[in-house]
Design a protein around this ligand. Structure first.
Ligand SMILES: N[C@@H](CCC(=O)N[C@@H](CS)C(=O)NCC(=O)O)C(=O)O
Length: 242
């Protein structure tokens, strides 16, 4: 059996605290293939010139693939992970109605749900007048409510976002949906299908693992996690290869 060298393993650069990279960690765990992680602190490290060598737009997640290529943007990374093994059922063959539906739900999560929380993060990170803050958060609240209502209807009473089986969409959903715990924008119990999905995911071993990784607590992987590597080390390797 060929033992993979560290550099042959996909490497996910994930943002903490509470980055949307969470979904990519969950997807990697569900995939079950060897991978490594590189922790990036938000907002300091992610905006540094050093990290911009990994992702020029200064955002997480980013991924260095097993072939050494860099992929940025959650959806591109999630699709890369899913395509590693179609038999895992995290995604579907491109060109099929199932793939198109998955892509549609992922795009909704990546735009409408993700973006709905942006006004709240902006309000937390900037010094605003009371009235400015109110306008911003009222706008955000309307967007978060709409996104929850839309997703509730999209999901219906099926067990997972796409139907009978968990997919990349569920992995990505949980990383964003948990932002409501900090911002308390909606009461998720008003959206019973989403609450059921949320509870089911929070009990999932990959989600428990991803929380532990974010908190630097002992984390039990399904087997794929091969350890963390520091950004400095990755950059050193890049310099040696240049
Ligand atoms: N369109 C990007 C957005 C990525 C993004 O905004 N990531 C956040 C964390 S969730 C980030 O790294 N922000 C930089 C910062 O906080 O300074 C994607 O979907 O991957």
């Amino acid at each position: 059996m060929k033992i993979p060298r560290d550099n042959d393993l996909p490497l996910l650069f994930y943002g903490v605290p509470s980055g949307c990279s969470f979904g990519s960690i969950v997807a990697l765990e569900w995939l079950g293939r060897p991978y490594r992680l590189c922790r990036i602190e938000l907002p300091e490290v992610v905006s540094s010139d050093a990290y911009k060598r990994i992702n020029p737009v200064g955002e997480t997640p980013a991924m260095r693939t097993a072939a050494g290529d860099f992929i940025r943007e959650s959806l591109a990374i999630l699709h890369y992970i899913g395509a590693q093994d179609l038999d895992r059922g995290l995604t579907f063959a491109q060109g099929t109605p199932a793939f198109d539906r998955l892509n549609q739900v992922l795009a909704y999560l990546n735009t409408s749900l993700f973006d709905a929380y942006s006004p709240f993060w902006y309000a937390v990170e900037h010094d605003l007048e009371v009235t400015e803050k109110k306008v911003l958060t009222d706008y955000g609240r309307a967007k978060v409510r709409k996104a929850h209502a839309d997703l509730e209807a999209m999901m219906g009473d099926q067990p997972w976002l796409l139907g009978e089986h968990r997919t990349l969409a569920d992995a990505y959903f949980i990383g964003i949906a948990r932002w409501n715990e900090y911002q308390q924008v909606v009461d998720r119990r008003d959206y019973p299908n989403l609450q059921r999905l949320y509870d089911q995911l929070e009990a999932d071993a990959a989600v428990v693992f991803a929380h532990a990784i974010e908190r630097c607590e002992p984390a039990t992987s399904a087997g794929g996690f091969m350890g963390e590597i520091a950004l400095e080390k990755v950059l050193e390797e890049l310099s040696c290869m240049a």
